[in-house]
Design a protein around this ligand. Structure first.
Ligand SMILES: NC(=O)C1=CN([C@@H]2O[C@H](COP(=O)(O)OP(=O)(O)OC[C@H]3O[C@@H](n4cnc5c(N)ncnc54)[C@H](OP(=O)(O)O)[C@@H]3O)[C@@H](O)[C@H]2O)C=CC1
Ligand SMILES: CC(=O)[C@@H](O)[C@H](O)COP(=O)(O)O
Ligand SMILES: [Mn+2]
Length: 415
C-alpha cells in the first residue's frame, strides 16, 4: 500500500510446522487466495527440511523463523543465502529473518505479533506453542490435536470463546454444522472415520503389517504420525477427545462411524432428530482456508463434490474388537486428568517404534493400553481437572519411559 498501511481485512499469520503436510498446504492456500489477504510473518519447524524452510521464508519475506533443533540454525543460514542466490537476489533486495532456536522457539514465534497462529506441528510438543498463542491473544487455527488431548483443561482455561478455530477435518465439519444450531440443541456428534488401510480386517489379520503398508492411507495424503494413527484408529480416538474438549459434548454423546470415502467429514444430530453433515472431497486446503479466514470462507479453496456421476457413500459400524483404540481413548478421556496425556505420549512412542521396525502393528494399541492401565492402577492416578502444565510434563515423561520399557527399547529420553 502506498500509505504504508496494510490492506483492509489483511490477516497476518504465523505457521508452526510450515514444512509439513498441513504447513505446506496452508502456504498453498495463502498463495491461491483470490483476495490475497493473508500475509505470513513467522514460521516454525523442527529443522529437518531447511532448504524448504528457507524457500518459504524468502518467498513470504517473513520476519521470524523458529527451529526446534538448534544445530540446524547454521544450515538454515546457508540455505537462506543459497535460496537468495537461486532467486537472483542481491543483498539489498531482502532482509534475512530473525532466527530463533531451541525447544521454546516455536512457542516464542506463536506469541509473535500477528492475527492468526496455525499450529500444524505434530505431537504433544505442540502444547507449549498452543498455550503461548492463546495467552498472547492470537486466534489459534488448530491442527495439532495432540495439544488438546494432552492438555485439554489447560487449553480451555487459556482460551476465550471463539479463540480456537479447528483445522482437523472432522472438527471443522462439526464447527460448520454447529453454525446451524446452538450447542444446547445437540443430541450427538458423529465423527466419520475412513477406517484406514486395514478396514475390514479382523484382529488376527493385523499381523505382519509393514510401515509401508500402514503408511498407505486410502483417502488422505498426510504426515507419517497421523497416517499411522489413522491405520490403528488411534487418530479417531484422539479426535473424540479433541471433539469433547472443543465442543463440550460428553463422551457418551460422541459417536464414530466408518465412512470409507472420506467425503462426509462429520455430522451433528440435533435434539429434534435432524442431522447436518458437511461434505467435500478429501482436501485439507478447505478446512485450513476456512480456519485462516474464519468466519469467512476463502473462495475456491478446494474443489466441491461432483454430482454429475453416480457414486455411493457408505456408513458402517466400527469393529471395536479389531480396532480398540477409540474405546481406549474414550476411557482415557472419561478418566480425565493426565490420562489423555498418558494415552497420547505412549502412543507417540509406540508409533515411532513401529516405524523403526521395533514393534508389530497390533503392538501399538496393546502397549498404549498397558501403559494406560498401569497409570490408572498405580501411583500416577489421574488428578481430576485441576491439571497443571507440570502434571502433564511429568505424566508424559512417565508414560514415554514406561512405554519404552515395555517395548524393551534402550532409547535415550528426550526424543
Ligand atoms: N496432514 C493432515 O492432513 C492432517 C494433520 N492433522 C494434524 O496436524 C498436525 C500436523 O500433521 P502433519 O502436517 O501431517 O505432520 P508432518 O509430519 O507432515 O509435519 C509436521 C511439522 O511439524 C514440524 N515440527 C516437528 N517437530 C517440531 C518442533 N519441535 N517444533 C517446531 N516444529 C516441529 C515439522 O518440521 P520438520 O519438517 O523440520 O520436521 C513439520 O513442519 C498433527 O497434529 C496432525 O494430527 C490433522 C488433520 C489432517
Ligand atoms: C484429514 C484428517 O482430518 C485426518 O485426521 C483424517 O481424519 C484421517 O483419516 P481417518 O483417521 O478417518 O482415517
Ligand atoms: Mn481428522
Amino acid at each position: 500500500m502506498s500509505d504504508g498501511q496494510p490492506p483492509a481485512g489483511e490477516r497476518s499469520l504465523v505457521i508452526l510446522g510450515s514444512t509439513g503436510s498441513i504447513g505446506t498446504q496452508a502456504l498453498d492456500v495463502v498463495r491461491a487466495d483470490p483476495r490475497q489477504r493473508f500475509r505470513v510473518v513467522g514460521l516454525a519447524a523442527g529443522g529437518g527440511r531447511v532448504e524448504l524452510l528457507a524457500a518459504q521464508a524468502l518467498e513470504h519475506r517473513v520476519e521470524v523463523v523458529a527451529l526446534s533443533r538448534a544445530t540446524a540454525a547454521q544450515d538454515l543460514q546457508l540455505a537462506l543465502y543459497a535460496e537468495a542466490q537461486r532467486r537472483g537476489w542481491s543483498a539489498g533486495d531482502y532482509a534475512l529473518p530473525k532466527i530463533l532456536t531451541g525447544p521454546d522457539a516455536a512457542a516464542e514465534v506463536a506469541a509473535w505479533p500477528c492475527d492468526v497462529v496455525l499450529n500444524g506441528m505434530t505431537g504433544s510438543v505442540g502444547l507449549g506453542p498452543t498455550l503461548a498463542a492463546l495467552r498472547a491473544g492470537r486466534t489459534l487455527a488448530l491442527a495439532n490435536k495432540e495439544s488438546l488431548v494432552a492438555g485439554g483443561p489447560l487449553v480451555r482455561a487459556a482460551a476465550r470463546p471463539g479463540q480456537i478455530v479447528p483445522v482437523d477435518s472432522e472438527h471443522s465439519a462439526l464447527a460448520q454444522c454447529l453454525r446451524g444450531g446452538g450447542p444446547q440443541e445437540v443430541r450427538r456428534l458423529v465423527l466419520t472415520a475412513s477406517g484406514g488401510p486395514f478396514r475390514g480386517r479382523r484382529r488376527d489379520e493385523l499381523a505382519g503389517i509393514t510401515p509401508e503398508q500402514a503408511l498407505a492411507h486410502p483417502t488422505w495424503d498426510m504426515g507419517p504420525v497421523v497416517t499411522i494413527n489413522s491405520a490403528t484408529l488411534m487418530n479417531k480416538g484422539l479426535e473424540v477427545i479433541e471433539a469433547h474438549e472443543l465442543f463440550g459434548v460428553p463422551y457418551e454423546r460422541i459417536d464414530v462411524v466408518v465412512h470409507p470415502q472420506s467425503v462426509v467429514h462429520s455430522m451433528v444430530e440435533f435434539f429434534d432428530g435432524s442431522t447436518l453433515a458437511q461434505a467435500s472431497p478429501p482436501d485439507m486446503r478447505l478446512p485450513i482456508a476456512l480456519a485462516l479466514g474464519w468466519p469467512d470462507r476463502v473462495e475456491g479453496a478446494a474443489a466441491g463434490c461432483d454430482w454429475t456421476a453416480a457414486r455411493s457413500w457408505e456408513f458402517l459400524p466400527l469393529d471395536e474388537e479389531a480396532f480398540p483404540a477409540v474405546a481406549l481413548a474414550k476411557a482415557a478421556g472419561t478418566a480425565g486428568g493426565t490420562a489423555p496425556a498418558v494415552l497420547n505420549a505412549a502412543n507417540e512412542e509406540c508409533v515411532a517404534a513401529f516405524l523403526a521396525g521395533r514393534l508389530p502393528f497390533a503392538g501399538i494399541v496393546d502397549t498404549v493400553a498397558a501403559v494406560l492401565s498401569e497409570h490408572r492402577q498405580g501411583e500416577h492416578e489421574p488428578l481430576g481437572n485441576a491439571l497443571t502444565e507440570a502434571d502433564v510434563v511429568s505424566a508424559e515423561s512417565w508414560a514415554r519411559a514406561r512405554a519404552r520399557e515395555l517395548l524393551g527399547a534402550a532409547v535415550e529420553d528426550g526424543g
